[in-house]
Design a protein around this ligand. Structure first.
Ligand code: TRP
Length: 336
């Protein structure tokens, strides 16, 4: 199998339009995407077809897509530099997914841990789309012959499957056609929720929104879980076990972090003050982003136009790939 050619600097990644974008999404993925735009030719997709594997409400779904688009743009995805689009705008994703489904084995998909988890969570809707989800993901990446995929640990198994599927297709139809995409592992960051127990997520309702107002943020922050042994103000705290302190690590300056660490240990400040300092640090970083988001929210048509323009650019690449794939597989060209 051919390795990714040295000149392949193309990168693909996808995000599900689940509606709310929280600081876990930002710290875990989006911030990294923004930085990668410097060194890679980036294609970023809001993967709506992946999200339709669970039951949803069409009107809210449309809004969720728009909201994720707004968050990505506000966070610094630059549509001049990168391609940003909604997956279903490029029907070639599903076409290539069908093709790949014929070189993917039933047993392989059955071993996917995300499938096993999701089919437990949605026991009354274990649909075939949920099962073939990783095939569509392989198509997303290989449709653009991307050499790199920024992902978290949880997606490594899907990426490995994409590599395997591409290899298998190549072996049958054209050795070297699809590259073997490499993972760009996002620096692992454990971002816990306001409960201080589980990973920040929308479904656990323990999140801090990326674009929320200082008031909304404070309402959640003031009740956020801290060091459980620190019951009274005069009890010395233990920053190393405090989840709020870990958030300081993501948002505050070295100086503030050192100060909070010291003053917490010596009971010089209480949790309330520590949280106030955090709220200030967060607002300094996220305030400008929220303002950009508000401007975009006032012009939804413009945001959709950015996404459609991204769709046109993505589709030009996708069509080319599918034309070649059809030819190599002995299929006729698509009707015009
Ligand atoms: N499955 C990914 C997730 O849940 C989203 C995704 C879909 C994706 N297609 C992709 C990520 C292609 C990377 C590349 O996060």
């Amino acid at each position: 199998m051919t390795d990714t050619p040295a000149d392949n600097r193309r990168l693909f990644s996808g995000i599900q339009p689940t509606g709310i974008v929280h600081i876990g999404n930002w710290l875990g993925a989006i911030q990294n995407w923004v930085a990668l735009q410097q060194d890679y030719e980036c294609i970023f997709s809001i993967v709506d077809h992946h999200a339709t594997t669970v039951v949803y409400e069409p009107e809210a779904f449309r809004e969720a897509m728009l909201e994720v688009g707004i968050a990505l743009l506000a966070a610094g995805i630059d549509p001049e530099r990168s391609v940003l689009f909604v997956q279903s705008m490029v029907p070639e994703h599903t076409e290539l997914a069908w093709i790949f489904s014929t070189v993917t084995m039933y047993g392989e998909l059955g071993r996917m841990t995300q499938f096993k988890d999701k089919s437990e969570q949605h026991q009354h809707n274990v649909n075939v789309g949920l099962f073939t989800y990783p095939v569509l993901q392989a198509a997303d990446i290989l449709l653009y012959k991307a050499g790199f995929v920024p992902v978290g640990e949880d997606q490594l198994q899907h990426l490995e499957l994409a590599r395997e599927v591409g290899r298998r297709w190549n072996r049958r139809f054209d050795e070297g056609f699809f590259p073997e995409p490499k993972a760009l592992l996002t620096p692992a960051r454990r971002v816990l929720g306001t409960d201080g127990q589980s990973k920040m997520s929308k479904s656990m309702n323990n999140y801090l929104g990326l674009l929320e107002s200082p008031d909304e943020r404070w309402a959640k922050l003031k009740d956020a879980f801290t060091d459980p042994q620190r019951l009274r103000l005069k009890d010395p705290g233990r920053p190393e076990v405090c989840n709020v302190f870990s958030w300081h690590g993501f948002f505050s300056s070295e100086e503030t972090i050192a100060q909070v660490d010291r003053d917490c240990r010596t009971a010089g400040i209480g949790c309330f003050q520590c949280k106030q300092l955090l709220a200030d640090s967060m607002e300094a970083r996220l305030g400008p982003m929220r303002e950009r988001a508000e401007e975009l929210r006032a012009r939804p048509d413009q945001v959709w136009e950015i996404l459609h323009e991204g769709g046109r650019r993505a589709r030009a690449i996708a069509r080319q790939t599918l034309t070649e794939v059809r030819e190599l597989m002995g299929l006729p060209g698509a009707a015009e």
